[in-house]
Design a protein around this ligand. Structure first.
Ligand code: SF4
Length: 352
């Protein structure tokens, strides 16, 4: 008794499902609507309203010392306080928990990300769902390790490692493994890949660096979520992998010693070059193009951080303008490019 009505989205959210129960005389007994709003959340219409009300309340910033809702405000507060973005975010979080609890939580997040990479690098085989897509991370990893051991020069070394780390996570996600929604499951590979890259290629990495990375990335992710969206169903993949890349670029720039302006610049570069990207997963499975897309998102994030840190933070397109552009572009995007698998690659690749 399911009716797949892909043409008429419900008003609350593009990803929706309505359930109705009837008695034997076809009288409606109960009706419930559920929305899949991204980030792994499925909510009723009442919960959706509540989430939006909470978002508004949080944005009024009554209880936190640095209630930045935009990148501009974030930079102004950093300038006035003399604190880094991570320090401001930490101060905000510590209104709800102790410093030890916050560090323990951040460490738990990284441990979950890290073990997801490790699992993804070990497993081979076909991913579930019917597309028969083969897991590739392990074989690529084996080759990279061999190359590393033999000291062969690989001009694309960093890109290859970033890609394999991201693919390991997204293959785990596609196979139903445990991932950290960062900011969503479909885009879960970008942030872990760039943190592992930081450990792999930056000799001065430490646990505090990872915490600062996560706090900075969370600050940028919060601004994007507040002013636009991180959901592929709302704004296409620019909101998922684009946001993940912006968060990762910001986090990485922070641990490379960037100023708040350079961090904002890094996030902007990464997001700008995902603008317009649609969500068109083949067969509705988060495999093609999603797995490779995370790899490329991670590569763009590192490039964005590196470009930003070579400048002085002054740049042409403010992050806020880029986020607003993403929102408007997502708003204008046809529903067929928003996680419905009715356009793009999803209709041009033969499933067999
Ligand atoms: S294509 Fe869609 S499902 Fe895949 S990662 Fe992007 S937003 Fe997520």
């Amino acid at each position: 008794d399911l009716i797949f009505d892909k043409k008429v989205p419900l008003p609350g959210h593009a990803n929706s499902m309505s359930f109705s129960a009837f008695d034997k005389d076809e009288r409606l007994l109960v009706k419930r609507v559920y929305y899949s709003v991204g980030g792994g959340f499925v909510v009723t219409d009442t919960e959706l309203d509540q989430m939006r009300a909470d978002k508004k309340k949080a944005s009024s910033g009554e209880r936190i010392p640095f209630p930045f809702a935009t990148a501009k405000q974030m930079l102004e507060m950093a300038e006035r306080s003399g604190l880094s973005i991570a320090q401001m975010k930490r101060a905000n979080e510590e209104t709800r928990m102790s410093s030890e609890e916050l560090d323990a939580g951040l460490d738990r997040i990284w441990a979950a990300m890290n073990s997801c990479i490790d699992r993804g690098l070990k497993v081979e085989g076909i991913m579930p769902g019917g597309l028969k897509v083969r897991r590739r991370a392990r074989a690529i990893h084996d080759k990279l390790q061999e190359e590393w051991r033999s000291n062969r020069i690989n001009p694309l070394l960093a890109n290859d490692w970033l890609s394999v780390y991201a693919m390991a996570v997204n293959e785990e996600n596609a196979a139903g493994g445990r991932v950290v929604t960062a900011p969503t499951n479909g885009a879960a590979g970008v942030i872990p890949a760039t943190i592992r890259y930081y450990q792999h290629f930056h000799e001065d990495w430490d646990q505090d660096g990872i915490r600062n990375y996560l706090l900075t990335a969370a600050a940028v992710g919060g601004i994007i979520k507040h002013n636009a969206s991180i959901s592929g169903a709302e704004v296409g993949c620019q909101g998922e992998v684009g946001s993940a890349a912006a968060m990762a670029a910001a986090g990485l720039a922070a641990v490379m010693g960037a100023t708040p302006e350079q961090i904002e610049n890094a996030a902007e570069i990464a997001l700008e070059h995902h603008l317009g990207m649609t969500c068109d997963p083949v067969a509705g499975l988060v495999q093609v193009p999603c797995i490779e897309r995370n790899a490329l998102g991670a590569v763009k994030a590192v490039t964005a951080a590196s470009l930003a840190i070579k400048g002085d933070g002054q740049h042409f397109v403010p992050l806020d303008a880029c986020i607003e552009t993403m929102r408007q572009t997502g708003y204008d995007m046809s529903e067929k490019y928003k996680e419905t698998s009715t356009g793009g690659l999803a209709v041009n690749v033969v499933e067999c």
